[in-house]
Structure formats: structure tokens, C-alpha cells
Ligand binder design. Structure first.
Ligand SMILES: [Zn+2]
Length: 233
């Protein structure tokens, strides 16, 4: 949180440990700096000198969203980040290295990459099934710059093989995954090329999936996808 003092401000951060804890602290710190920037340049009239802190996701107002963008800009400056993206490649393969380099969390770095990559990308983080094979992965969050595409909340078991495989192998997996295209007027998801990568251990294990709606499926993927559709899943 950001607290006004007699001289200046204090930014108070929750104590967190480990690489991912520090990454989250960095982002929170940059987010609070965002509030100060907004105040300094009077972008927002809503700022009222009272204590500011990060609101829960579903209560974010405009200023909160702007601060999230400012935090991404402070932590991962566009010019430097874009250069790294072009050098290393805009692939989920490079997500971890870029997160390390910029001291940002995996989700924040992923969002930045999706925003700056030259082609349309959609990201979603999934909680893979823990043990039982009958369980389905759960959608934790998703992001698409244009909000045109949306991964479906619940994916049938046979269609979630990319997520399940990535969570077991723990190396980047490529394949396809279903995505709903809001512009098509259909609620039926279409299979699009995708990459998946797991991070975090034990109960914190999550799978990041990147979807590429503008890419074509390979002929092998196409026949596999059609096979799944015939099985009505
Ligand atoms: Zn805030």
C-alpha cells in the first residue's frame, strides 16, 4: 500500500520470499509508483490522498488498471523488452528467462509478451488435475489484448491433453487447444495451435497456455482435432 507521510510517501509491501515472492513485490512496488505518477500528472481526479492499496481483481477501477499497465512499463520497459523479444523469440520457451531478467512474475511477464508480440496471442493459466485422471483442469485466469478470444472454462478431458502433458513433462509442449472466437458468433471453441508450459511445484503447479488463433493447424493436428470432434468432446 501507499501511505502519505509528512514528507513524501511510504510504500508498504507484504513480506514474500523466494524468486517469485520478490518478483511479486517488484510488481506491487511499481504499481504503487504508478499511483504517484498519476497523482503527479493529475491524470486521475479520483486520487484523494487517502491510503491506496491493490484491490482484488474483480474490483479494479480504471486507476487500478492504469497502475497495472504503468507497473508493467516500469518493470519491463517497452523498448528493452521488445528488443529481447525479437532477439530471443516471442515464444513461451523464453517466458522464464525474460521473467528472471526483468525480475517480474511469470503471469506479468507472460502478459507483457502477449501484449508486445507481433501476432495475436491469448494466454491462460490453468490448474492441472492433481491425481485423478477423471478430473479436468481448471481455468484460473485468461488474457487476450482484444478480448475477442476466450478459452472455455471447462475443457473435456480428451481436449485438455496439452495441459495435462505439460504439467507432467514440465517442458514446453506444443499442440493445439480449444478457443472461443466471440466474433464468429459461435459458442463452440475451435482448436488453434498452442504452447503450454508448467511452473510452480506441488499444489502451486500451474500450466500457462498460449493460443495462436491466426496460425493454421498442421495437417496432423487437423486430423487429430477432427477425430476428437467426431467423438463429440
Ligand atoms: Zn492500486
Amino acid at each position: 500500500m501507499l501511505v502519505r507521510r509528512r514528507k513524501g510517501y511510504s510504500i508498504i509491501l507484504k513480506q514474500l520470499n523466494g524468486v517469485s515472492g520478490v518478483a511479486r513485490q517488484n510488481f506491487s512496488f511499481a504499481h504503487e509508483l504508478g499511483h504517484l505518477l498519476i497523482q503527479k500528472y493529475s491524470v486521475s481526479q479520483q486520487f484523494d490522498d487517502s491510503t491506496k492499496h491493490r484491490l482484488s481483481r474483480n474490483r479494479q477501477d480504471d486507476e487500478e488498471q492504469l497502475c497495472e499497465q504503468l507497473a508493467a512499463e516500469i518493470l519491463m520497459p517497452r523498448l528493452a523488452f521488445e528488443e529481447d523479444g525479437w532477439m530471443e523469440g516471442w515464444s513461451i520457451n523464453n517466458l522464464k528467462a525474460l521473467a528472471r531478467k526483468y525480475g517480474a512474475s511469470i503471469p506479468a511477464t507472460s502478459r507483457r509478451m502477449i501484449d508486445l508480440m507481433p501476432e495475436t496471442g491469448v494466454m491462460a493459466s490453468w490448474k492441472p488435475p492433481l491425481k485423478s485422471a477423471a478430473e479436468r483442469p481448471k481455468l484460473l485466469s485468461s488474457y487476450c489484448p482484444s478480448s475477442r478470444y476466450q478459452p472455455r472454462n471447462s475443457v473435456p478431458r480428451l481436449r485438455s491433453w496439452l495441459i495435462t502433458r505439460a504439467s507432467r513433462v514440465r517442458q514446453v509442449q506444443t499442440g493445439f487447444a480449444p478457443l472461443v472466437d466471440r466474433n464468429s458468433g459461435l459458442v463452440t471453441p475451435k482448436d488453434v495451435p498452442a504452447e503450454a508450459w508448467a511452473w510452480g511445484h506441488g499444489e502451486f503447479n500451474k500450466v500457462m497456455v498460449w493460443y495462436y488463433p491466426d496460425r493454421e493447424l498442421s495437417s496432423d493436428q487437423k486430423s487429430l482435432s477432427m477425430g476428437l470432434t467426431r467423438k463429440a468432446v
